[in-house]
Design a protein around this ligand. Structure first.
Ligand code: TYD
Length: 233
């Protein structure tokens, strides 16, 4: 059975992952690959509902304060569903999956940010995800200061323009983000083959080229025959 290639993108809020995923998907598609793009949380019917509970700061009015362990479990419920509905079928069909956030986000945000610790998160990853690991993780980790500035600007713009309020995480303190940043660095040094860190504060095009170079090299080493068109999940 053909097996595709599973790539995740990680970083702080505002690190530019979403733009880079869109660009990489377009380039890979133009090169003839089959690409599936997706995000955690969300992307399945169940995941979209979990996402709105988790991210909408107004959800605290309806569900009360979400306990850190409940937050972690909801992230993994979403992830388990996306593995079953999207990731495993796409891998079986030989596609390249570009996933915006995965278990490293849970380890960084819930393990580091919320201080649950890596062990609890990794135990949940084993239980809920059968330890499914990406083949490659691109970690966009420019300086903490520039990421925070961008995330806050973006959130203010979103609230002003669309009235949407996906900012429960973005109301957190700088210490929360500092712990996430440090946890990401720890993950990258623990798994240097899987996790490639891009830490320069370059422009979008330069970073896009860095990412494409890394991905092209890895894919051609692993899967010389991956081909075809884009599918939006
Ligand atoms: P998202 O809109 O994907 O943020 P961004 O575009 O900045 O990546 O929102 C996801 C938010 O949820 C983000 O603040 C990180 C957080 N998160 C966790 O805390 N744990 C997780 O396991 C995942 C997947 C996301």
């Amino acid at each position: 059975m053909p097996r595709g290639y599973f790539i995740t993108f990680e970083g702080l809020d505002g690190s530019g992952k979403t733009t880079q995923i869109r660009r990489l998907a377009a380039t890979l598609e133009a090169e003839g690959h089959k690409v599936v793009t997706m995000r955690n949380p969300g992307g399945t019917a169940l995941g979209d509902r979990i996402r709105s509970v988790l991210l909408d700061s107004k959800s605290e009015d309806t569900v009360g304060q979400i306990a850190p362990a409940a937050e972690m479990a909801l992230m993994f419920a979403d992830r388990a569903q996306s593995i079953a509905e999207i990731i495993l079928p796409a891998l079986a069909a030989g596609n390249i999956i570009l996933c915006d956030r995965y278990t490293d986000s849970s380890e960084a945000y819930q393990g580091g940010g919320r201080q649950l610790g890596s062990q609890r998160v990794l135990a949940m990853h084993a239980a809920a995800c059968d330890n499914l690991q990406p083949d490659l993780t691109i970690l966009l980790l420019p300086s903490l200061e520039s990421s925070l500035k961008r995330a806050r600007r973006r959130n203010q713009r979103q609230v002003a323009q669309q009235g949407t309020d996906e900012n429960r995480f973005e109301r957190e303190s700088d210490d929360f983000y500092r712990r996430i940043y440090e946890k990401y660095k720890e993950i990258a040094s623990r798994e240097p083959h899987r996790v490639v860190t891009i830490d320069r504060n370059g422009g979008i095009e330069e970073i896009e080229k860095d990412i494409h170079d890394i991905v092209a090299k890895r894919i051609s080493a692993a899967k010389p025959t991956l081909k075809a068109s884009i599918v939006e999940a």
